[in-house]
Ligand binder design. Structure first.
Ligand SMILES: [Zn+2]
Length: 95
């Protein structure tokens, strides 16, 4: 199974007890705030290199988990986590 087949099945994901719609497309990373009873959207741009997608997914997941965390802290933390995962060999493979 190719990775994009798995991505097609990701419609929602729960972060820290809050449900988000996950939209994997060509829109740059974005995590909407939970402002009402509606399910917010989390966007991940799939039209990027592997490392950038890993950083973006980690970054937006951090926003979803910690909605009040500063942008600087999210960026630093997400990049640190993504760098560790990258060093451990996490890759998408064929794209
Ligand atoms: Zn951000």
């Amino acid at each position: 199974m190719k990775f994009w087949d798995r991505w097609d099945r990701i419609k929602t994901h729960t972060f820290a007890g809050r449900r988000f719609h996950v939209i994997i497309d060509s829109v740059d990373g974005l995590c909407e705030k939970e402002e009402s009873n509606e399910t917010p959207n989390l966007f991940i741009n799939a039209a990027r290199p592997d490392r950038t997608i890993l950083e973006a997914a980690t970054h937006e997941a951090m926003h979803a988990c910690f909605p009040t965390m500063s942008e600087l802290r999210v960026t630093q933390s997400a990049n640190d986590i993504a760098r560790l995962l990258w060093r451990m060999g996490y890759r998408l493979g064929d794209k």
